[in-house]
Design a protein around this ligand. Structure first.
Ligand code: NAD
Ligand code: DAU
Length: 352
């Protein structure tokens, strides 16, 4: 049997697929539409691996998904496929509604129909794991306790509203149809293969290219940061031992202001790639117009995952960030391919 991973050529999906193929012997089907965010180069080290299969397609394509589920005798689906960037959702929410809501609905329906036809033993072990975000919980005051799994949904951006909607669909397919689902709500990831529209990779590349490091508003917004490989290990654990119908918060216990994050990566660059003129990368920090509806603080209480499934992150923010900066310094070819083409249009639209 096989697992099907959607959104497999994106940032977290590709890290998950690479780790899975490295550590386990089960076959894996990578499924991805290859939007601007999907990059087959992320999976290129798997070329020629007979246990890995890549299929290009849309999670909303019921006929294709149904065919693949049967053909590969899929025993679990891990759904990473989504439009994922908040700023893009502000410029144009339509794709977010189409993929995150309608796409998830169609995927759930294809999976439900397949699952209904399985024999009882296979039905019992089947899982649908939906990867979601802490942004569905909305924004916290500085002193408020971190989000637990019982925190009410209060999404504030078109992106988080569509993710919240998809989480509700997943929940409903469990309660109404008995589909064996699991949901994970994770904080901000960072690490290899991160598309440079997001804060950390954007600032690493802008720093190296002598460009401004754009800080929205006052830079005092707080996020919890998790190294992507830790997110992948949490998902493997939830898939293996999670209680059907439950949701699990995943986080790094690393709350930082955006300004602290950017200053920390500048300090690592000062050490690893000092500037020729002796100036500090921090001097490139530039305050720009704030993101509309910008959530002030996210904080994840991941203690349920530790208590029930024994998972804790391995990396601290300091070790994870250093690995990340090093990865970008060592993977110039990947960077050069990614920043050509569509990416230039986005940077122009968002920052000019
Ligand atoms: P990403 O944008 O890097 O990757 C998304 C992938 O989905 C891309 O490869 C894209 O081609 C693919 N895709 C988009 N629409 C599709 C469709 N209709 N059918 C098939 N494939 C499609 O995103 P990411 O950062 O890797 O996030 C993956 C998932 O994790 C998302 O669901 C996101 O909401 C969630 N998440 C992300 C973070 C984070 O910090 N990046 C944190 C928590 C949760
Ligand atoms: O919290 C989990 C979420 O983290 C995921 O669900 C999303 O898919 C993922 O994109 C991420 O969302 P954020 O909006 O938090 O990530 P981003 O990297 O875009 O921004 C991080 C913070 O940095 C946020 O407060 C906005 C700020 N920022 C971002 C950019 C791109 C800046 O100050 N300047 C920038 O240029």
């Amino acid at each position: 049997m096989t697992i099907l991973v959607t959104g497999a050529a994106g940032f977290i999906g590709s890290n998950f697929v690479l780790d899975w193929c490295d550590q386990l012997t089960e076959d894996l089907v990578s499924f991805d539409l290859l939007t601007y965010a999907g990059n087959l180069e992320n999976l290129s080290t798997l070329d020629g691996n007979p246990r890995h299969h890549f299929i290009r397609g849309n999670i909303g394509d019921r006929a294709l998904i149904s065919e693949l589920l049967k053909k590969y005798q899929v025993r679990a689906v891990v759904n990473f496929a989504a439009e994922s960037h908040v700023d893009r959702s502000i410029h144009g929410p339509a794709d977010f509604i189409e993929t995150n809501i309608v796409g998830t609905y169609n995927l759930l329906e294809s999976v439900r129909s397949y699952w209904n036809d399985l024999d009882e033993a296979t039905k019992k072990v089947f899982r649908f794991l939906h990867v979601s975000t802490d942004e569905v919980y909305g924004s916290l005051d500085d002193k408020a306790p971190a989000f637990t799994e019982n925190y009410p949904y209060e999404p504030n951006s078109p992106y988080s509203a569509t993710k919240a909607a998809s989480d509700h669909l997943v929940r409903a397919w469990f309660h109404t149809y008995g589909l064996p689902v699991l949901t994970t709500n994770c904080s901000n990831n960072y690490g290899p293969y991160h598309f440079p529209e997001k804060l950390i990779p954007l600032c690493i590349l802008n720093a190296l290219n002598g460009k401004p490091l754009p800080i929205y508003g006052d830079g005092q917004q707080i996020r919890d940061w998790l190294y992507v490989k830790d997110h992948c290990s949490a998902i493997r654990e939830v898939l293996k031992q999670g209680k059907i119908g439950d949701t699990y918060n995943v986080g790094g216990w690393n709350e930082r202001t955006n300004l602290e994050v950017v200053k920390a990566l500048c300090a690592i660059l000062d050490e690893l790639r000092p500037k020729a003129d002796g100036s500090k990368y921090e001097s490139q920090i530039t305050y720009v117009k704030d993101r509309p509806g910008h959530d002030r603080r996210y904080a994840i209480d991941a203690s349920k995952l530790e208590r029930e499934l024994g998972w804790r992150p391995q990396e601290t923010f300091e070790t994870g960030l250093r690995k990340t900066v090093l990865w970008y310094l060592e993977n110039e070819t990947w960077v050069n391919h990614v920043v050509s083409g569509e990416y230039q249009h986005w940077v122009q639209k968002q920052y000019s």
